[in-house]
Design a protein around this ligand. Structure first.
Ligand SMILES: C[S@@+](CC[C@H](N)C(=O)[O-])C[C@H]1O[C@@H](n2cnc3c(N)ncnc32)[C@H](O)[C@@H]1O
Length: 391
């Protein structure tokens, strides 16, 4: 018998929990999710990497040790497929370099390929497509680049019906605009045109919790400002929450991101938005949306002093921009900044001090803002987030 740990999750939470496990590579992907005895729960198989002491988001779910059900439909281990496409000697030579992780965005996969094995991109794409029958398109990831933080992506394989195409991929099969489901909400994105990451899902759920806390503290709907909004993923859950958001400022420097944001807002906000990108303007009495440089937004006297929640997601510039963005906050009542920062781990203490110098007026009774490491950004750098409750 193949006994293994499973997470016992109510049917309604399965998608959310499964996505969280997938992001952390903690689910046993060669095993099936199956129903519990009473049918009200699903048992999600866990692999050996799932920590003995699970993190916060998993604490409410029971861990059950029971027999795993192998997924015999297709071999989900892409390396087994790859090993059949590449000579054994070469496969073994690069065994440490074959990509160990990937990111699913809708029915597409993004995979980082080490430069030394770029010449095997087609075989990697083929193996990934064979191992994941629902996958439509595979892209290699050259990293997030430039001011607009767009990933350098190259399509290396697609599926058309039963056929896999790995060379000279026709234009009509190169669609990278997809819908991603996150906590029951649909987010339209196009990672080749605007920044988007599924890895920030937990971050967005935390932001929602903080927003609700701020709403309760103020005793009214909150005014939300997201001046680096991209296609707007942080706003999906905030806007879906009834009576949470009053006024909204959503802007970004990237016109393509704003065009997709308009499509998203049309769905989330249940109002129609134009299909073409526009400069920042009031599109409704409570919706200030469009293309803008955050620096210009924060120096426009029509927009400053109005916002309760400020979201800053431009991690490599947060500290530099933070002082300039502060005037956006409404100082008549408590407010909250939710930010992300990329730092060297050894610098975290000094950055915390700097943060507290920039933000002196912490709300009485709340903790001083402190960077929390969320994940590795590179071998030395860490991606951190913080929240600052201000007086
Ligand atoms: C890391 S992405 C985050 C996007 C979005 N908030 C998300 O979570 O998917 C940073 C965004 O900031 C935008 N950006 C960069 N510099 C900017 C600036 N000076 N003013 C406004 N937006 C800017 C980029 O175009 C990009 O969409």
């Amino acid at each position: 018998m193949n006994m293994m740990r499973h997470l016992n999750v109510p049917n309604a939470d399965v998608e959310l929990v499964f996505n969280l496990l997938k992001q952390n590579c903690w689910h046993a992907n060669d095993m099936l999710i199956h129903a519990s005895d009473n049918g009200n729960y699903r048992l999600i198989p866990l692999n050996d990497n799932f920590p003995a002491e699970p993190s916060r988001e998993f604490l409410e779910y029971e861990i059950i040790n029971c027999e795993g059900k192998p997924d015999t439909r297709v071999d989900p281990n892409w390396l087994n497929h790859l090993s059949k496409l590449i000579k054994k000697q070469i496969f073994n030579k690069y065994i440490q370099l074959w990509p160990s992780s990937h990111e699913f965005i809708g029915d597409m996969m993004i995979v980082r390929i080490d430069e030394e094995i770029l010449k095997f991109s087609s075989q990697i794409a083929q193996a990934k497509l064979e191992a994941h029958p629902k996958l439509r398109l595979v892209m290699s990831d050259g990293g997030v680049l430039g001011v607009l933080r767009i990933r350098e992506l190259k399509i290396i394989g697609v599926r058309e019906g039963n056929k896999l195409i790995l060379q000279n991929i026709p234009t009509n099969l190169r669609n990278t605009k997809v819908i991603v489901k996150e906590s029951g909400r649909e987010i339209l994105c196009d990672p080749s045109k605007a920044y988007f990451s599924t890895k920030l899902q937990t971050e967005r759920q935390e932001t929602l919790l903080f927003a609700k806390k701020l709403h309760d503290l103020l005793g009214r709907k909150i005014n939300v400002c997201d001046p680096f909004c991209g296609v707007g993923p942080a706003l999906a859950s905030l806007l879906s929450e009834k009576n949470l958001v009053d006024n909204l400022l959503a802007s970004d420097l990237n016109p393509d991101a704003i065009e997709i944001l308009f499509e998203n807002l049309t769905k989330w906000d249940k109002k129609s938005y134009t299909s073409l990108s526009k400069n920042l303007q009031w599109l409704y009495h409570d919706r200030l949306v469009g293309v803008a440089d955050a620096i210009d937004v924060s120096s426009n006297e029509n927009y400053i002093g109005k916002w309760d929640l400020l979201i800053i997601n431009l991690p490599h510039r947060t500290l530099e921009l933070l002082p300039k963005l502060l005037p956006l906050l409404d100082t008549n009542s408590p407010s909250l900044i939710r930010g992300r920062v990329v730092v060297e781990e050894s610098n975290i203490d000094s950055i915390n001090k700097k943060l507290n110098l920039i933000l002196p007026n912490i709300l009485h009774g709340s903790k001083k803002p402190e960077l929390q490491i969320k994940r590795d950004y590179s071998s030395k750098l860490r991606l951190c987030s913080f929240e600052a409750w201000l007086e």
